[in-house]
Design a protein around this ligand. Structure first.
Ligand SMILES: N[C@@H](CCC(=O)N[C@@H](CS)C(=O)NCC(=O)O)C(=O)O
Length: 205
């Protein structure tokens, strides 16, 4: 059975849990206590030398990194819907995986690190400026479409969703971004959707 090493506070772990749920894949969840530093212990570093969660183990395959795991799950267990093979469509999806680890991480994810965990390395003014930039861009992008690319949910949406939905943790309001709020609601209505602390499941979905 697939194993997922993670922690409940992590949006990067959550996005993997979300895709596993949407694909209806059973898995064993192994909690790595980040607050106790379990991710830096030799036993865990043998599995993921970066000392980070999430880590997926499928048989003898070890796959670290949330975006890499989404790609793996989509290609191994999903269909063309989640990750297309056609060159242009694939590049459009990958663009958002890249944006997730670039602009979204530098913006809303860093702001969350600052306000939720007191991360001293974060310049909160810069994080808020970058949040405003990328949220405005995505809001405009979604003004003419329901999903980030291809007219249906892909791993682009799953990758980008958690830290945008958790923007409030970093004291970034989503109120100025109605298209993003509507997109969040659409994602929450996907069959088998699961939530995390700060991303509640719709009760009437
Ligand atoms: N590029 C990695 C980043 C993963 C990451 O930053 N994980 C955090 C939790 S959200 C972590 O394990 N932090 C502990 C550390 O880096 O020491 C991914 O996308 O999965």
């Amino acid at each position: 059975m697939i194993k997922l090493y993670g922690h409940e506070i992590s949006g990067n772990v959550y996005k993997v849990r979300l895709l596993l749920a949407l694909l209806n894949i059973d898995y064993e969840y192994i909690r790595v206590d980040l607050f106790k530093g379990e991710h830096k212990q030799p036993e865990y570093l043998k599995l993921n030398p970066f000392g980070q969660v999430p880590l997926l183990v499928d048989g003898d395959r070890l796959i670290p990194d949330a975006q890499a795991i989404l790609v793996y799950l989509a290609r191994q267990y999903g269909d063309e819907q989640w990750l297309p093979t056609e060159a242009l469509a694939l590049s459009q999806v990958v663009r958002w995986l890249s944006t997730t680890t670039g602009e979204i991480r530098q913006g809303v994810e860093q702001a969350r690190q600052f306000h939720l965990f007191g991360a001293k390395s974060v310049n909160i003014e810069v994080a808020h400026q970058k949040s405003a930039f990328i949220l405005d861009q995505i809001n405009q992008h979604l003004a003419t479409r329901e999903w980030l690319e291809l007219g249906h949910p892909t791993i682009a949406d799953i990758a980008a969703f958690p830290y945008i939905a958790l923007a409030g943790d970093g004291k970034v309001s989503l109120e100025p971004y109605p298209q993003i709020l509507a997109w969040i609601e659409r994602i929450k209505k996907l069959p088998n959707f699961v939530g995390m602390k700060g991303i509640e499941v719709l009760t009437n979905a």
